[in-house]
Design a protein around this ligand. Structure first.
Ligand code: HPA
Ligand code: MG
Length: 226
């Protein structure tokens, strides 16, 4: 699973690499809710690009896991939008081809961030008993992987219930210096070490109601700090 971070445009796992010098798009070029004006630096990944990439991830997942019963495990809260859109694309492929991916969808909640900082204690809330995963193909769906600590903890927790196979889909992988070398099997985008919001990614629960993935501004951080 592990992969080095290097300068290139596509990861070995197929993820699109966004380089450190990508300035994002000017906010003037897109629509976004007025209540966030002044709180954002730029549109980093427009909603349409997220959707198109998700469609391709759905096909890759279908190619690998198709025709076997799969339990989708959505990591809340930030993963809800990506999971919903990914499942929707897989459903569309199942409708339109000979291969199908029978899915059930379950949810697990993890919390580790306060402001823009990861806290040491990672809480697993809800679905502590995952015995329904025993013997199944499991697809864990996460919005973002940075240090990999959450993913490692979650994998250990899930493995204890002895699924037949575990795959992880992560919309974003963040290039951070302290990455544990733990990466998803399916990656949407690899991004620089910026705090991003939108598409269900939050800053203290704000910005989930923003379609695009954006970089938060310093004044935005101050405004919603706890
Ligand atoms: N944004 C929102 N939530 C996060 C991030 C981020 O950049 N990294 C880890 N959790
Ligand atoms: Mg969060």
């Amino acid at each position: 699973m592990a992969e080095e971070f290097t300068t290139k445009t596509v990861r070995k796992d197929g993820g699109i690499v966004i380089n450190d010098d990508w300035p994002g798009y000017s906010l003037d070029l897109f629509n976004y809710p007025k209540h966030y004006s002044g709180d954002l630096e730029c549109v980093y990944i427009p909603h349409g690009v997220i959707m198109d990439r998700t469609e391709r991830l759905a096909r890759n997942i279908m190619d690998d896991l198709g025709d076997h019963d799969t339990v989708v495990l959505c990591v809340l809260k930030a993963g809800y939008q990506f999971c919903a859109d990914l499942v929707e694309r897989i459903k569309a492929l199942s409708r339109n081809s000979d291969h199908t991916l029978p899915m059930s969808v379950n949810f697990i909640r993890l919390k580790s961030y306060v402001n823009d900082q990861s806290t040491e204690d990672l809480h697993i809330i809800g679905a502590e008993d995952l015995s329904f995963l025993t013997g199944k193909n499991v697809l864990i769906v996460e919005a973002i992987v940075d240090t990999g600590k959450t993913m490692t903890t979650l994998l250990k927790h899930v493995e204890a219930f002895r699924p037949k196979m575990i795959k992880v889909a992560g919309l974003l992988v963040k290039r951070v210096p302290n990455n544990s070398g733990c990466f998803p099997d399916y990656v949407g985008f690899e991004i620089p070490n910026h705090f991003v919001v939108g598409y269900a990614l939050d800053y203290n629960e704000y910005f989930r109601d923003l379609n695009h993935i954006c970089v938060i501004s310093e004044s935005g951080k101050l405004k919603y700090k706890v």
